[in-house]
Design a protein around this ligand. Structure first.
Ligand code: F6P
Length: 345
């Protein structure tokens, strides 16, 4: 069997660990052959491939990013003149002698995989995203690394905030779900954590910040990029959309800094962590999770369990229908946020 592998959507630490595990087990144990597709769904759409053998995956376990490249290409938007995206992918897979695909992605990339499976393309999914917002799996790899990067940034900001008696606002990623903000904020001892799931009241935020100043301890406010005030939709956007219809976010941290400065009279500054959270080497936790996902994904291909995604349930890796993972996003439940609220103010 010849198996294609692709990584799509926003990259995250651990993608290379999955690719390595897929190739190593696939060749050694199942006698499979592999081909890498470049840049997510663009690869199969344009038959753009790279060789993928044991030699190609040597030394990549600790490397961030993806040796295959990534993109947010949506084959269902490729309906120009000639054959549509799905037909082009089918033709190219047949032309390259590819019998099955291992698709490593988040909500959008796996959403495409699920639809292509319905169109008769044999796929197995692997869940990734720093946002940890995919359904059907307890954790996605990449999340632990992003949380640790954000936590370290908060630790560092604490000491400089103290020296200058400033409020420091840390904007982290998290479009729809506030998992990174919640975990990094809890681990870093944030004064306030603001997430998309819970619209915030700016006056309340200011009173928490004020209270922290009164205790002679400088406040750190952690805000997810998708968080927004009560009664307001997202205001901090660039107005630019990707091919899956998501607007590019960013700016809520600065907005908050301005408001906090106005209402408290204290200096407030914003640090946007941005893509630093997605880059560099994965933590041990993410390397192990990604490796286990890869080992189980290639076993699913060997078993012809197509249309499934590997998922973490407790400590076990299980198989679930891809559609189950993409049906609805896994958001922060109210009771988890309540745990963090104990430390606000
Ligand atoms: O989905 C992961 C993620 O990092 C989100 O948290 C963020 O909103 C988005 O990707 C940013 O994507 P890009 O790097 O394409 O701007």
């Amino acid at each position: 069997m010849r198996v294609g592998v692709l990584t799509g959507g926003g990259d995250c630490p651990g993608l290379n660990a999955v690719i390595r595990a897929v190739v190593r087990r696939g060749i050694q144990e199942f006698g499979l052959e592999f081909v890498g597709f470049r840049d997510g769904w663009r690869g199969p759409l344009e038959a753009d491939t790279v060789p993928l053998d044991v030699h190609a995956v040597r030394g990549i376990l600790p490397r961030g990013g993806t040796i295959l490249g990534s993109s947010r290409t949506n084959p269902f938007k490729e309906n120009g003149p000639g054959r549509n995206g799905v037909e082009r992918i089918k033709d190219n897979l047949a032309g390259l002698g590819v019998d099955a695909l291992i698709v490593i992605g988040g909500e959008d990339t796996l959403g495409v995989a699920s639809r292509l499976h319905e169109e008769g393309i044999p796929v197995v999914g692997v869940p990734k995203t720093i946002d940890n917002d995919l359904g059907a799996t307890d954790y996605t790899f990449g999340f632990d690394t992003a949380v640790n990067i954000a936590m370290e940034a908060i630790d560092r900001l604490h000491t400089t905030a103290e020296s200058h008696h400033r409020a420091l606002i840390v904007e982290v990623m998290g479009r729809n779900a506030g998992w990174i903000a919640l975990h990094a904020g809890l681990a870093g001892g944030a004064n306030v954590i603001l997430i998309p799931e819970r619209p915030f009241d700016i006056e309340k935020v200011c009173s928490w910040v004020e209270h922290r100043f009164q205790t002679r301890y400088a406040p750190i406010v952690v805000v997810a990029e998708g968080a927004h005030p009560v009664h307001e939709e997202l205001t901090a956007t660039s107005g630019q959309f990707d091919s899956f219809g998501h607007v590019r976010l960013g700016g809520v941290g600065q907005m908050l800094a301005d408001e906090i400065e106005k209402c408290t009279g204290k200096e407030a500054r914003c640090t946007v962590l941005g893509h630093i959270q997605r880059g560099g080497t994965p933590t041990a936790y993410d390397r192990v999770l990604a490796t286990r996902f890869g080992l189980h994904a290639v076993a699913a291909v060997h078993d012809e369990a197509f249309g499934t995604m590997v998922a973490l349930r407790g400590t076990e890796i299980i198989r679930v229908p891809i559609a189950e993972a993409t049906r609805e996003l896994k958001l922060v439940p109210a009771e988890r946020y309540a745990e963090a609220e104990v430390f606000f103010g």
